[in-house]
Design a protein around this ligand. Structure first.
Ligand SMILES: *Cc1c(COP(=O)(O)O)cnc(C)c1O
Length: 384
């Protein structure tokens, strides 16, 4: 049996061929592949614009910058996420405010959001945790009432749909952020993107990822000195995706539907194999949601919670390497040092104690999944 993890990439020969073609071409970066990848991504999610970035964290940084986040501003977000969601606010001198989650889905609870909004709040940043969409319409309504932007952290959710609309269409948001890290829906190695329907946000995103420098005549503030002329308009970064990565992304996007279909098959198998089991509560898919199933987050039932460490240790002996998503962001020492108190999001803390991310990825075979289920059930039987 191969080692089993909670998630990993799938690369085939056609992916490799596309990358090799770029290596033989004139452009390794900033060539035609980046634009083609952005065009295809925008089309697939149904947004006007897509801007690629060197990774999802850079894309979050870009989205927050483009949205005008600055020192002393606040964002309202979830603690049940990867640290990058809130770190990107810290990069800009802003303060993340954590709003607790719904125990069922692990997503931000819209009923909690409004009491976290202050005069300083700029955005609401929901995360489609595990690929299960948040209740976008409700969140968008709250945002509009308080004149805030919604920026979706959809790093788990490429291929997911909310009420039939692809995540990334920005129907109920201003921008949507994706990651193409190897464990996500598709991969470019490292990579990320922001989608939007706003020309103004698009222009700021483009500037931000390339040093704030423009070569567009229409954007110049003065008469060009000559054909070489370009202008730096704001302090940006070098956050570009390469053509090598974009070629991989184009090839991977062609397989997105197939990838999500297999993830959904795995979910059906889990439902069958773990039906009526006494140990784990399985994750739901709400009627408004079509999940991309980036994670399969099960929750330990009450009497088994204290044994999570033992379960992980036993699984490791069988070469099964799982993860827990997530340690509530504010519980990390860095955030504790910033003054965030333990206990501010009790449901997230309880969720963290219970959650285990079961294996789910395209190349996970049925026999591997059965082996995993048999192994974990055996471990559970012996626990108490
Ligand atoms: C992966 C991830 C990110 C960061 O993406 P990178 O491409 O690894 O920088 C941000 N937010 C969430 C929720 C993620 O899962």
């Amino acid at each position: 049996m191969r080692p089993i993890s909670y998630g990993k990439q799938y690369i085939d020969e056609s992916d490799i061929e596309e990358v090799v073609k770029v290596l033989h071409s004139d452009y390794l970066t900033q060539g035609p592949k980046v634009r083609e990848f952005e065009k295809n991504l925008a089309e697939i999610v149904g947004a006007k614009y897509a801007v690629s970035f060197s990774n999802g964290t850079a894309a979050l940084h870009g989205a927050y910058f483009a949205g005008g986040l600055g020192p002393k501003d606040e964002i309202v977000t979830t603690p049940n996420t990867f640290a990058a969601t809130s770190n990107a606010a810290l990069y800009l001198g802003a303060r993340p405010i954590f709003s607790d989650i719904d125990m069922k889905t692990g997503n931000i609870d819209p009923d909690e959001i409004e009491e976290k909004i202050t005069q300083r709040t700029k955005f609401i940043v929901p995360v489609h945790y595990s690929g299960h969409p948040v209740v976008l319409e409700t969140i968008y309504k709250i945002a509009k009432k308080h004149n805030l932007m919604v920026i979706e952290d959809a790093c788990h959710a490429l291929g997911a749909k909310y009420k039939g609309d692809p995540i990334g269409s920005c129907k109920y948001s201003d921008m949507t952020v994706f990651s193409f890290h190897p464990v996500k829906s598709i991969t470019t190695g490292e990579g990320g993107a922001v989608t939007t329907n706003s020309k103004e946000l698009y222009n700021r995103l483009i500037l931000f990822r390339q040093h704030g420098i423009t070569k567009n005549r229409e954007d110049f503030s003065r008469t060009p000195d000559g054909p070489w002329y370009h202008e730096m308009r704001l302090l940006g970064y070098n956050y570009r995706l390469t053509d090598i990565q974009a070629a991989l992304g184009i090839s991977q996007l062609r397989k997105l539907d197939k990838f999500i279909k297999r993830r959904r098959e795995i979910v059906s198998l889990y439902k069958d194999l773990l039906k009526d089991n006494p140990y784990f509560e399985l994750p739901p898919e709400e009627e408004y949601a079509f999940s991309s199933w980036h994670l399969y987050p099960v929750k330990l039932k009450e009497p088994y919670i204290p044994y999570k460490r033992d379960i992980f240790e036993e699984l490791r002996k069988k070469s099964i390497f799982l993860q827990v998503h997530y340690i509530p962001v504010y519980m990390h020492p860095y955030y504790q040092d910033l003054g965030y108190k333990k206990g501010i999001s009790p449901i997230s803390e309880d969720f963290y104690k219970r959650e285990i991310s079961f294996p789910i990825y395209y190349s996970l075979e049925d026999n591997e999944l059965r082996y995993f289920v048999d192994t974990i059930l055996e471990i559970m039987e012996k626990l108490i």
